[in-house]
Write a protein that binds this ligand. Structure first.
Ligand code: NAI
Length: 387
């Protein structure tokens, strides 16, 4: 696999960020968007991103000029003819993505690798639209792509043997931290992170603690960079609820991934978070930030419950061979800045304690969402640890 020229379709937040990654690594990048203003905005954001690297002394002025000189804004897919790799970052719509890849396949060489940056669509399903589905792969960057080092690499069922590892090697050379993941809903990060939001909302719905208190507990006691409510407001409830919904549906409505009514109502009301001026918090200029109830016992209970649910998800992902132990732990620390790997955290808490706490929740609620991962149960019985 030799990559010299990279095509990117979609010049939105992700396409522009991904383009910058490859330009900095010395590749030629052809960027396409159906919307001309998206292209010029992307060009500006890449220019300013490269300038910042120069200001910080990470690249010389000549290097940034050379990198910027390798960016080509294009208007037709026909221009991708000589690309070795094309990454799609367009609208999250299976039909539109399939149509794009069919079109691309008629233009590029047989060796050209076709990749999707989708967050929630099955790569296998996109690959099914291709004549040569063995060349299709998921390359899932995190936002902003030039800052976040994690990249999930997702071979489809049809992807040729070895392509996942080749793409991972290539991404390592571009200073990224790739993890190879099975093509399952939410891949690693969006799957394992569900309880960070879902369990936090549940605790709030039950009146155990309010958003400000839960956020205080998770940041001050739990060590997370942002609390779940501040983070949901930041991501946008429309986006976050859509991911929750798609993961829930994709798991054939497994109750463990059930989205919350609270969040649905917020979306219906247009309380989308920071971008709409109101979410769980008020973002109007004269808003007073609500004070958390800083009770150490309550805070500990909140952190323990959310972290235990995250650990349960991480253990299940390892049990179902979605990814390896090390990849699961580094994905969460590098992809979403968790204070430590969840499986390492499980060891620190003690596997038997994790099982006991999950069983306590299950016994109280009798709900499937609290069912303990079989892996944790087996490990507790054998007194094993992840590390
Ligand atoms: P965006 O809305 O910022 O950008 C999408 C761009 O694609 C727009 O400029 C649009 O004009 C263009 N576009 C749409 N259909 C097109 C077509 N058929 N041909 C050419 N251009 C087309 O979206 P964003 O956030 O950059 O997301 C893009 C993809 O990346 C989606 O699949 C999304 O799931 C995925 N993703 C998004 C992340 C995020 O945090 N925003 C994170 C990781 C993946």
């Amino acid at each position: 696999m030799e990559i010299k020229s990279i095509g990117i379709v979609g010049a939105g937040a992700m396409g522009a960020g991904i383009a910058q990654v490859f330009l900095v690594s010395g590749y030629e990048v052809l960027l396409l968007d159906q919307n001309e203003s998206a292209l010029t905005n992307a060009q500006e954001s890449i220019r300013s991103g490269l300038n910042k690297l120069a200001e910080k002394g990470k690249m010389s002025a000549q290097e940034t000029e050379a990198a910027f000189g390798k960016l080509y804004l294009i208007s037709k897919t026909a221009n991708f003819e000589n690309c070795d790799l094309i990454i799609e970052a367009i609208v999250e719509d299976l039909g539109v993505k399939k149509a794009l890849f069919k079109d691309l396949e008629g233009i590029v060489s047989d060796e050209c690798i076709l990749a999707s940056n989708t967050s929630s669509l099955p790569i296998t399903s996109i690959a099914a639209a291709l004549q040569k589905p063995e060349r299709m792969i998921g390359i899932h960057f995190f936002n902003p792509a030039f800052l976040m080092s994690l990249v999930e690499v997702i071979p489809a069922l049809q992807t040729r043997e070895g392509l996942g590892d080749e793409i991972a090697d290539f991404l390592r050379k571009c200073d990224k931290f790739p993890v190879v993941v099975k093509d399952t809903p939410g891949f690693i990060v969006n799957r394992i992170a569900r309880p960070f939001y879902g369990e936090a909302v549940r605790i709030y719905e039950e009146g155990i603690a309010d958003p400000a208190t839960i956020d205080w507990a998770m940041t001050t006691l739990g060590g997370f960079k942002m609390g779940p409510f501040a983070l949901m407001d930041f991501i946008g409830h429309d986006v976050n609820f859509a991911v929750s919904n798609s993961v829930f549906k994709a798991f054939f409505y497994d109750a463990r991934y059930k989205p919350s009514l609270t969040q649905q109502r917020m979306v219906e009301a247009g309380y989308l978070g920071k971008k709409s001026g109101k979410g769980f918090y008020d973002y109007s200029p004269d808003a007073v930030k609500p004070a958390p109830f800083e009770d150490a016992n309550l805070g500990k209970l909140v952190v323990e419950r959310i972290v235990i649910m995250l650990i349960n998800e991480a253990a299940d992902a390892m049990y179902l061979r979605i990814a390896s132990r090390d990849d699961i732990d580094t994905a969460m620390t590098k992809g979403v800045n968790y204070p430590k790997g969840l499986l390492q955290w499980a060891d620190e808490i003690g596997i038997d304690t994790c099982v006991r706490k999950l069983d306590q929740l299950y016994n109280v609620y009798h709900e499937e969402r609290y069912r303990c991962s079989i892996l944790l149960r087996m490990m507790a019985a054998k007194q094993q640890a992840f590390y």
